[in-house]
Design a protein around this ligand. Structure first.
Ligand code: PLP
Length: 449
């Protein structure tokens, strides 16, 4: 076993040797790292002894918090029994097979198959492969364009980041040429004088305009998160999804719901598409399916697509060594059992979601806050200088950065996307802990003000 290191040693090595995701490598050494050494329930603990309420469920994934012994035990048991085998070339193993049944039972009725990956990004690469394969087999290979949305986050591989609509990511690599981006339904920032309902229709129309510009016969799929998560918890106006679904049906375009954040109860429904009443042809999932304890993702694939893939035959030349890894699949099965046994999703819908919304309404009164919004257990706080004009403080992200730091100083993890503060606490949080989160957030707002 490696010799345990003290905090100073860990920080020095981290700054010297460890390239962190989404981090400026240049000044990490000077800024130092917050090293998390332990976690319990909805709290994380640092090497310096700070205890923080985790208002972001890790990276939107530890939906059942950090103290779920049954998941840990299931993984350990599986590791002892069958630590690895794959699902390639007509092989499989019990946990992956069982999980395929449980997930497709949870999915909408028209979805009855799943392809396993290890992450949300791999899932979106898989989506592109499935979309291309489907239209090829249908004899319409020209339907190879895919439409996504500006400011979307779909992952970090070249294909997934091309689907994403984050300009700052696109600047750093060559994006795939067959992916196009349309407006997001971000009323607070872009709605001007329109009502949210009018603006929702306008954002949907930008999809139809793009389809017509490219030619409907060339567009194979549209991908979107039910709510833009990392982009700032952009909750669409009520008119948006019905109009989008109608457009996709009209032009025979596959709909991919990227539910890497919103799958498994975050909205108070099992999937975001259940919440909005949309009918996706594929659902990409990851994160909370294992409570974040093991890396596992996948694409739930609807009958419209599998009817073609399964009847036309021929190998689907795609997959990952660890697709449906036995230990990860065991973690997912144990996670889904806790969700069932403890009525997690129903509790978010009926109790915790409404409670968070009620408490956020108080935050909305703060002078620095222009809007709060939430669905289930995900929320956003828009920081402004002027409530009326919605003018921001200083440069983009300045208020968000200050508020994020103030929240950390007050033992709370919130995320900042520009000047939007995000919260997505574990779905097992109690009402008293929601009170604690709100108190700490208010203190952070006061200090950032
Ligand atoms: N899709 C969405 C909507 C996400 O939010 C994320 C990650 O946050 C991803 C895909 C990528 O998932 P991963 O980081 O597991 O590759």
């Amino acid at each position: 076993m490696n010799k345990p290191m003290n905090s100073a040693e860990l920080k020095a090595i981290d700054g010297e040797h460890h390239l962190h995701p989404f981090t400026d490598f240049k000044d990490l050494k000077e800024r130092g790292t917050r090293i998390v050494t332990k976690a319990e329930n909805v709290y994380i603990y640092t090497d310096e002894g700070q205890k923080l309420l985790d208002g972001m469920s890790g990276l939107w994934c530890c939906n059942l918090g950090y103290s779920q012994p049954s998941i840990v035990e299931a993984v350990a048991k599986q590791m002892a029994e069958l630590p690895y085998y794959n699902n390639f070339f007509q092989c499989s193993h019990p946990p992956a097979i069982q999980l395929s049944k449980e997930l497709t039972d949870l999915a909408p009725a028209h979805i009855n198959n799943v392809f396993f990956t290890n992450s949300g990004s791999e899932g979106n690469d898989t989506v592109i492969r499935l979309v291309n394969r489907y239209w090829d087999l249908k004899g319409q290979p020209e339907k190879c364009n895919i439409i996504a949305r500006k400011n979307a986050y779909h992952g970090s591989t070249v294909a997934a980041a091309s689907l994403g609509g984050m300009g700052y990511m696109h600047k750093q690599f060559n994006t795939l040429g067959n992916i196009h981006h349309v407006d997001q339904p971000y009323w607070f920032d872009e709605g001007g004088n329109m009502t949210p309902e009018e603006f929702g229709l306008k954002a949907a129309k930008s999809l139809e305009d793009k389809i017509l510009e490219l030619g409907p016969e060339t567009v194979g799929a549209f991908i979107a998160e039910p709510i833009q998560g990392a982009g700032g918890v952009i909750i669409p106006p009520s008119t948006y999804w019905p109009a989008v679904q109608e457009i996709l049906n009209k032009y025979d375009i596959l709909f991919i719901s990227d539910e890497v954040i919103f799958g498994f109860g975050r909205t108070g429904k099992m999937f975001g598409c259940d919440y909005y009443g949309t009918k996706p042809d594929m659902i990409n999932f990851a994160k909370a399916v294992t409570n974040g304890y093991q890396p596992l993702g996948g694409v739930l694939v609807g009958d419209k697509v599998t009817d073609v893939l399964k009847t036309q035959g021929g190998d689907f030349n795609h997959g990952f060594t660890y697709s449906g890894h036995p230990a990860a699949a065991a973690a997912a099965l144990a996670t889904l059992k806790v969700m069932r046994d403890e009525n997690i999703v129903e509790n978010v819908e009926k109790e915790l979601g409404p409670y968070l919304a009620e408490k956020l309404a108080v935050v909305a009164e703060h002078p620095l806050v222009g809007e709060v919004r939430s669905v289930g257990l995900v929320g956003a706080i828009e920081l402004v200088k002027d409530k009326k004009t919605r003018a921001r403080w200083g440069s983009d992200g300045e208020a968000g950065g200050a508020c994020r730091q103030a929240s950390l100083n007050n033992d709370l993890v919130m995320r900042a996307t520009g000047d939007i503060m995000l919260v997505a606490p574990p779905l097992v949080i109690t009402k008293a802990q929601i009170d604690e989160l709100i108190q700490k957030a208010m203190k952070a707002l006061d200090e950032a003000h």
